[in-house]
Design a protein. Structure first.
Length: 359
């Protein structure tokens, strides 16, 4: 791939793991979106939603994740090393960016044997206490990008070799001007311009059964006069059965359409929280406690900046109280300076700096 002047663009391979949802893929797509025109982003994805990568105009290769594979860990790592090696030989990357909690042995082996001049590790900062320590040294990488939480500013943790470590502000896939306004978003989704709509985005249900909580919350919202829209996740292994009067949608990126809705009900994953801050939608967060990151703590941070309620919604009383509190706060105006959501821009700048390129 070349730029407008015919010059070969440096190649950046973006390797995202398959988490409980679309988070790691979305983070890599955010980086790629900012690299566009300055580098050739090529994806190696363990998430199966390859068509989403193609729809955004990027190349992609797919390998089934170890979580879904029947192979042993050793055999899967061998396959990973071989597949990555074949990709490296074909595209000759200048930089390889891994986004995930646990860098695989197959990645490090392929980078060593087949050649990857620069290695980057992108990872979250907010994990639950007592999480098992990752047995991979950060100095295997040239750059470590730590995804900061709400209110975080860009900072350099370590400048000296062998590894540069930076913390970036929250990451959003789209920039503000790419979000649709209320009427345009409703038109695009086929929703009425009048009326009150609530969006449910509780995740794919691959790690947690969201159907029971979802049905109880749907009933509560309908009783309060809201039309319910349910977001289906592209990587879900099974669809939740919905009442006939609930509208299912399957769009990506969902962030583009968030302003169509009066309320949001969903999990508190990293990307979802950043997108809610960007769209400024009053929200009810139902943290997923079966994942490694601390969603409850993150949701509480968001609630300090936009009208939001955090609840596990495990009982009828909790659901009624949470929705009632959200109803009471939905007209509270958001004041104060805008939060810094420029993490993807900083990440792109750091990645390109490794190879002497400026955006």
């Amino acid at each position: 791939m070349t730029d407008a002047k015919g010059t070969r663009l440096p190649c950046v391979v973006l390797f995202n793991i398959n988490g409980s949802g679309m988070g790691h893929l979305t983070t890599c797509l955010a980086y790629a979106n900012r690299l566009r025109g300055h580098a050739r982003p090529v994806f190696f994805s363990l998430a199966s939603a390859i068509e989403m990568i193609h729809d955004m105009g990027f190349e992609a290769d797919y390998l089934v994740s170890r979580f879904w594979s029947r192979a042993t860990s050793w055999a899967w790592d061998q396959q990973l090393a071989m597949r990555l090696g074949m990709l490296f030989e074909r595209v000759r990357p200048d930089v390889v960016v891994f986004d995930g909690t646990w860098p695989y042995r197959g990645l490090l082996h392929a980078a060593s044997v087949y050649g990857a001049p620069r290695l980057v590790w992108s990872n979250l900062t907010l994990y639950k206490k007592g999480m098992r320590k990752v047995p991979v040294r950060e100095d295997n990488f040239d750059l470590v990008i730590r995804l900061g939480e709400i209110g975080c500013a860009f900072s350099v943790e370590q400048e000296a070799p062998p590894v540069r470590k930076v913390i970036i502000p929250p990451v959003t896939l789209l920039q503000d001007h790419e979000l649709l306004d209320r009427n345009a978003a409703r038109d695009a989704l086929g929703l009425r311009r009048e009326g009150r709509f609530v969006l449910f985005s509780l995740g794919p249900g691959n790690l947690k059964d969201v159907a029971g909580i979802g049905r109880a919350l749907i009933d509560e919202m309908k009783a309060r006069g809201y039309s319910v829209v349910w977001a289906r996740t592209p990587i879900s292994v099974r669809d939740v059965e919905l009442p006939d009067d609930v509208t299912p949608i399957s769009v990506y990126p969902l962030a583009r359409y968030l302003r169509a809705f009066d309320l949001y009900v969903g999990a508190a994953g990293y990307n979802a929280c950043c997108e809610i801050l960007q769209a400024r939608i009053p929200s009810l967060f139902v943290p997923n406690r079966q994942v490694a990151d601390d969603q409850a703590a993150r949701a509480a941070m968001v609630a300090s900046s936009v009208p939001a309620v955090v609840s596990s919604c495990e009982s009828a009383e909790q659901i009624s109280n949470a929705v009632g509190t959200l109803m009471a706060s939905r007209y509270v105006p958001v004041s104060g300076p805008s939060l810094d959501l420029s993490g993807a821009d900083h990440a792109a700048d750091e990645i390109l700096a490794l190879i002497g390129v400026q955006r």
